[in-house]
Write a new protein. Structure first.
Length: 79
């Protein structure tokens, strides 16, 4: 019963889009925009992750491991 009502709703939606091609074009453009925004955000996140990884590697190479150990011990109050 619910499937039939859903099917009718989809059919009436498709019929409305057939009668108004501009509405169909707007729906298609919205889908394309959503796909582009998803792709753009994903590429930005990948670039940001790569940049942060490279930055961490550069910063880690600036301080010697012994100095980091000494700083951590000093922060804990150890000698």
């Amino acid at each position: 019963m619910a499937w039939q009502e859903g099917g009718r709703a989809v059919n009436s939606f498709i019929d409305a889009l057939r009668r108004q091609p501009l509405a169909l074009a707007l729906v298609m453009m919205n889908c394309a925009l959503l796909a582009f925004l998803f792709w753009s955000a994903r590429e930005t996140q990948l670039a940001r992750t790569k940049y942060l990884s490279e930055t961490q590697q550069i910063l880690a190479s600036c301080v010697h491991a012994d100095q980091i150990g000494n700083l951590l011990r000093a922060a804990r109050g150890e000698r």
